[in-house]
Design a protein around this ligand. Structure first.
Ligand code: PEP
Ligand code: MG
Length: 588
C-alpha cells in the first residue's frame, strides 16, 4: 500500500485476474457477526449496560451520518437518502424500550439482548408481504450489526450502499457468492484472497467484470462509500484517485477501446494459423446466460460448460426436466457448433446448497466431481439422462471431470449406458452417437492417457487442476500463487504425453483450463498439437488474434526447444519472446 494521507490517493497491489478498468463507489462486504455470547450480568451492572448501549447508539448514529455525507459527496444526495431509514432504526423508541425492559428481566449483556430483540423485529417484518417492510427488516439487520460491533469495541463494519453500481470488496467470494450477486450492479471485484484459477476469478472473466484478487487485508483498510479505481490488467486498486491518475486511466481506456474494436472485427474470421492450421477456439461457460457472449466474441461453440454452477446459488438441486430444458436451450443457441457439457464437478471450492459435503481437510483432493457423482447415482443419473435427452438438439458432447484412471472412466461410461437403456425402454429419443470425453486434470490420467484413449472420443485437459496436482501448488492459495507455474517442465511433459496418446489413438484433444486463455502461452499449446482451445468468452478475441499471428511450424520448433529446457522461467521466456515478436501489442 502507498499513499499520502486519508484524502490523498492510496494504492493497493494485488493480482489482476480479469482485465478491464472499473471506477466507482466501494462497497465492502464483510463477514457475518461473530457469535454473541450471552454473558450473565449482576442487577447492579444494569445501569452500566444501559450507558454502554446509549453510547453505542450515539456512535452508530454518528457513523451513519458520516457515511451519508460521504455517499452524498460521491454519488449525490438522492441516493444517500437510504441512510435516513437507518437513522430511524437507532432512534426507534419501541425497539430501544424493549431492549431496556429485557435487560432487566434476562440479566445478560446488552449486545445479546439487543441482537435478539432486533433480530426478532427484522424477522417479523421480513415475513410480511410488503416490499417496504421487507426493506425495513434489512435496515434493522444492518444497523443491528453496526450497533453490536460498536458494543464489542470493533471497527465499524459494513454499511450497505444504495442500489447503485459499485466496486465490490470482500475478504473472499465463494463461487456461490459470485453466482448469486447482482452482476449488473457490480462494476469490479476486489478480494483479500483468491488466485487466477479460483472459480471466482474464472467467473469474473466470463462475466467481463474487472477483478483484482490477493489484496491481503484490503477489506480491513477500506470503508464502504469511498471512491476507487480498479485496474484488472495490472492488479491495482486505487482509492481516491488523483486527477493525474484518472487522466492516465482515461488514456488506457481509450487504448483498450481501440484494441477491443480491432479484435471485434475478427469475430467472423476463422481461428487458423498463418500456415493454415485450423484450431477450434471455443468458450467456457458457467451459467446458461453466458451463452450470449459466446457468439458475440466469435467462439466456435462451448468447450466446457461447468454445469455445477446451476446448483451454486440455490438450496435444492434442479431435477432432470429442468436440466434437460436448460441444456437444450444452450445447445439450440450454439448449434451447429458443439456444446461440451461437463458433468457436475461439485466439491473443491464449489459447494452447493442442498448437498452434504462435510468439511474436508483437503477438499481439492477429496470427495469431488466424478468421485462424488459415482457415489450419488440419484444425482448423477438424472443429469446424464437430461444431457442425453438434450442431445437430440444440436451438437452435444459429454465429458467427465477428475478422471483418475481407466476403472473410473469405465464406471462412468457404464452408468451412461444404463441411462441410455432406460431412455430406450421409455421410448425417449437421444443421440446414440453422442461423443464422450475425459477431462485430463489429474497427473495419473495424463500418465495413463494411452490406456484411457480407446474408451473415449476426446480428451480435454483441465490445466487448472492438472498444474496444482502436478506441482503440488494449491490453485486458490494466494500465498503460493507465485509457485503456480504453467510452464513447469513437468506440466509440459504431461500435456505432451496426452497429445501423443490422442494422436496415436486418433482422437482429438483440447485444453480448457485457464492456461488456454493466456496468450503468452499460445505458441506452446499450438506446438504441442492441440486441436481445440476453450477459454473464457471475453478472452476469445485475444486468443484468436494470437493464433492467427502464429505459424504452426514455428510453434512446433518452439516446443522441441522447450522440451530440452529445465526451468519454468526458461520455457516462459521462450514462449514470451515469440509471442512478443508476433503480437507484442496484444500483450502490452
Ligand atoms: C481445470 O481444472 O482446468 C478445469 C477446466 O476445471 P475447473 O477449473 O472447473 O476445475
Ligand atoms: Mg478442474
Amino acid at each position: 500500500m502507498s499513499g499520502d494521507g486519508e484524502k490523498g490517493e492510496t494504492r493497493f497491489q494485488g493480482v489482476g485476474v480479469s482485465p478491464g478498468i472499473a471506477r466507482g463507489v466501494v462497497q465492502v462486504m464483510r463477514d457475518e457477526l461473530e457469535e454473541i455470547i450471552r454473558d450473565k450480568i449482576d442487577p447492579s451492572q444494569i445501569g452500566a449496560e444501559i450507558a454502554r448501549f446509549e453510547a453505542a447508539l450515539v456512535q452508530t448514529r454518528m457513523q451513519i451520518l458520516e457515511m451519508q455525507q460521504r455517499i452524498a459527496e460521491a454519488i449525490g444526495t438522492k441516493d444517500a437518502g437510504i441512510f435516513d431509514a437507518h437513522l430511524l432504526v437507532v432512534e426507534d423508541r419501541t425497539l430501544i424500550d424493549e431492549v431496556l425492559r429485557k435487560l432487566e428481566t434476562d440479566l445478560v449483556k446488552v449486545e445479546a439482548v439487543f441482537e435478539e430483540v432486533a433480530r426478532r423485529y427484522a424477522e417479523t417484518l421480513s415475513k410480511i408481504d410488503d416490499p417496504y417492510l421487507r426493506e425495513r427488516a434489512l435496515d434493522i439487520q444492518d444497523v443491528m450489526r453496526r450497533v453490536v460491533r460498536n458494543l464489542q469495541g470493533k471497527a465499524p463494519k459494513t454499511m450497505p450502499l444504495p442500489g447503485e453500481a459499485h466496486i465490490l470488496v470482500a475478504h473472499n467470494l465463494t463461487p456461490s457468492d459470485t453466482a448469486a450477486m447482482d452482476r449488473h450492479r457490480v462494476l469490479g471485484i476486489a478480494t483479500d484472497l483468491g488466485s487466477r484459477t479460483s472459480h471466482t476469478a474464472i467467473m469474473a472473466r466470463s462475466l467481463g467484470i474487472p477483478a483484482v484478487v490477493g489484496l491481503h487485508d484490503v477489506t480491513e483498510k477500506l470503508e464502504s462509500g469511498c471512491m476507487a479505481l480498479l485496474d484488472g490488467f495490472t492488479g491495482k486498486v486505487i482509492i481516491n484517485p488523483s486527477p493525474e491518475t484518472l487522466a492516465y486511466y482515461g488514456e488506457v481506456e481509450i487504448r483498450q477501446f481501440k484494441v477491443s474494436k480491432e479484435l471485434a472485427e475478427l469475430r467472423e474470421q476463422p481461428s487458423t494459423t498463418r500456415d493454415g492450421q485450423h484450431v477450434v477456439l471455443s468458450a467456457n461457460i458457467e451459467l446458461p446466460d453466458d451463452i450470449v457472449s459466446v457468439a458475440t466474441n466469435g467462439a466456435e461453440g462451448i468447450g466446457l460448460y461447468r454445469t455445477e454452477f446451476l446448483y451454486l446459488d440455490r438450496d435444492s438441486l434442479p431435477g432432470e426436466d429442468e436440466q434437460q430444458e436448460t441444456y437444450r436451450r444452450v445447445a439450440e443457441t450454439v448449434r451447429p457448433h458443439p456444446l461440451i457439457i461437463r458433468t457436475f464437478d461439485l466439491g473443491g471450492d464449489k459447494i452447493a446448497g442442498g448437498i452434504d459435503v462435510s468439511d474436508e481437510l483437503n477438499p481439492f483432493l477429496g470427495w469431488r466431481a466424478i468421485r462424488f457423482c459415482l457415489e450419488h447415482e440419484e444425482i448423477f443419473k438424472p443429469q446424464l439422462r437430461a444431457i442425453l435427452r438434450a442431445s437430440t438438439v444440436g451438437n452435444v458432447k459429454i465429458m467427465f471431470p477428475m478422471i483418475s484412471g481407466v476403472a473410473e472412466m469405465r464406471r462412468a461410461l457404464a452408468i451412461l449406458d444404463e441411462c441410455k437403456e432406460e431412455l430406450r425402454a421409455a421410448g425417449i429419443p437421444f443421440n446414440p452417437n453422442l461423443q464422450t470425453g475425459a477431462m485430463i486434470e489429474i497427473p495419473s490420467a495424463a500418465i495413463c492417457s494411452d490406456a484411457l484413449a480407446p474408451s473415449v472420443n476426446f480428451f480435454s485437459i483441465g490445466t487448472n487442476d492438472l498444474i496444482q496436482y502436478a506441482i503440488a501448488v494449491d490453485r486458490v492459495n494466494e500465498r503460493i500463487a507465485h509457485l503456480y507455474e504453467p510452464t513447469h517442465p513437468a506440466v509440459l511433459r504431461l500435456i505432451n504425453m496426452v497429445g501423443e496418446a490422442a494422436r496415436k489413438n486418433k482422437i482429438w484433444f483440447g485444453v480448457c483450463g485457464e492456461m488456454a486463455g493466456d496468450i503468452e502461452l499460445t505458441p506452446l499449446l499450438l506446438g504441442l498439437g492441440v486441436d481445440e482451445l476453450s477459454v473464457s468468452p471475453t478472452l476469445v478475441p485475444r486468443v484468436k488474434s494470437a493464433l492467427r499471428s502464429l505459424a504452426l511450424n514455428e510453434c512446433r520448433q518452439l516446443v522441441q526447444k522447450a522440451m530440452r529446457l529445465e526451468t519454468p522461467g526458461e520455457i516462459l521466456e521462450l514462449c514470451s519472446q515469440l509471442a512478443r515478436e508476433r503480437y507484442g501489442a496484444l500483450l502490452s
